[in-house]
Design a protein around this ligand. Sequence first.
Ligand SMILES: Cc1cn([C@H]2C[C@H](O)[C@@H](COP(=O)(O)OP(=O)(O)O[C@H]3O[C@@H](C)C(=O)[C@@H](O)[C@H]3O)O2)c(=O)[nH]c1=O
Length: 195
Amino acid sequence: MRHETLAIPDLVLFTPDIHGDERGTFAETFRADCFEAAAGAADFVQDNQSWSKPAGTVRGLHFQIAPSAQGKLVRVLQGAIRDVAVDIRVGSETYGEHVAVELSAENWRQLWIPPGFAHGFVTLEPDTAVAYKVTAHYDAKAERGLAWDDPALGIDWGIDPGEATLSRKDLSWPRLADVDTVYFRHEGSEAVSCA
Ligand SMILES: Cc1cn([C@H]2C[C@H](O)[C@@H](COP(=O)(O)OP(=O)(O)O[C@H]3O[C@@H](C)C(=O)[C@@H](O)[C@H]3O)O2)c(=O)[nH]c1=O
């Protein structure tokens, strides 16, 4: 399992080693020891999976607030996504900035998004299945979101906004500047190397 930190260093991109033979492929998709060495300890308590029919489906931008704040380890089982994490930790040098990474069934990559980020993705292919582990249970009362097309966030989703497929809920989230509650504060953290 290889890993790299991204432009916002608390985000970690993992790439499993793929073993191929005449039958197909094998990969370790999660190693607690490697994860902890790269990103710090996390207690995953729930696995989620979504399937999106049309390409151009946008889910997000989502986060849960305390006491149900979630870290998420995201990967793609089928198809491809542009996965986006927005830093919403007040006091962070990268507050309001985001990282976008392509995750696909083909590249096997996984993105670790710790608590303190809003998360969303757009599907780049029809019939895309996304799986992710989370560090806190689903808590509908703690669900919050940001407008996916907030111009201040400057996210390039790679699609014509008129062609995006979104849930009604995801069309109603506020822009970041209109959120006047501090949900997360930045507390410095440091990624260490995976053995
Ligand atoms: C997220 C979630 C949803 N649900 C239910 C609520 C609802 O009836 C249905 C669909 O929920 P949503 O519309 O929120 O699903 P979705 O838009 O796919 O939500 C997900 O989006 C991505 C971007 C994330 O980051 C996730 O954490 C999660 O928020 O599933 C659960 O039962 N458990 C869960 O953990």
